[in-house]
Design a protein around this ligand. Sequence first.
Ligand code: TYM
Length: 342
Amino acid sequence: MTETQFTPRVFSGIQPSGGLTLGNYLGAMKRFVDMQGADFETIYCMVDLHAITTWQDPAALMHNTRELCAGFIAAGIDPEQSILFNQSQVPEHAQLGWIFNCVARMGWMQRMTQWKDKAGKNQQNASLGLFAYPSLMAADILIYHATHVPVGEDQKQHLELTRDIAIKFNNDFGVDFFPITEPVIEGAATRVMSLRDGSKKMSKSDPSDMSRINMTDDADTIAKKIRKAKTDPDALPSELKGLDDRPEARNLVNIYAALSDKSAAQVLAEVGGKQFGEFKPMLAELAVEKLSPISSEMARLMGDQSEIDRILARGAERAREITAPILRQTYEIVGMVGAGSD
Ligand code: TYM
């Protein structure tokens, strides 16, 4: 453990590798907004360097990066209060990522479940970047000496690895330089599941559009997807225990809870005994009420892309005020000539 007191600082990132889903919103973005305020400096990033670890069409990547920026702002991130930028404009992420590639071990990477899932059966054909993905992610966080990282549950293993990299670097060089970051995995929707299959995560890469709610979906589409969501024939229980072995029911209750800022137990106390025929329209109405203002604001912001680019450039400039000195100190610790005053 480190002795140094680090400034309370939040960092998190989202890949611009497709549109934003309800999973990204409830598991991450909505919570980023909650953390913005007096207690922390907040830094949020569109991780375009991570996105290209799998093939991205260049024009689509640009569009998705700008749309994601619009999504952050529409959801409530204030680009003055928080630092909002895309990763490739802050070169210190990739530079520290290289140092961490030399600290992390092959075996650590091979154990990552996301690597195994994404590379699939044909690991030999996956990009080297996909294999090193978690090391760049550790660099994203540690180049800010971030102390807290809000994410969904699927990122837990990557954050454990981030701690391992910080510990190994500190030990290898006999320093107390990188903080041991706290993952913040909280709330009713840390793992939003597919609307078609309660055992699968809701994901932008699922081939079925009916499996997810996109933040750009209109009210009719949202209502249709919820109406058609897979459920079971039983009524909703009044207590959490009654959701055991009912993954689809649990998922819809969790979504309702997260959208209404309640716990799943509170929601069940209110809706226990109702059939899905009654609960689904309630959920659809709540989802439309909460998501429509965000999607229309995203569309409005996308009407002025030069303003989005200006926000990203300004965010990158502010980010570099933090990252440049931390990279220089890292190089000095590692022994790079020209990095320090000696
Ligand atoms: P990404 O782009 O896959 O997802 C962004 C965030 O959304 C959360 N999330 C979900 N939460 C609940 N339910 C879901 N179905 C769901 N789907 C996605 C993710 O947990 C994440 O918090 N590796 C990261 C991006 C990254 C990053 C970082 C995050 C790169 N560097 C540094 C934190 C700190 C990723 O692929 O997220």
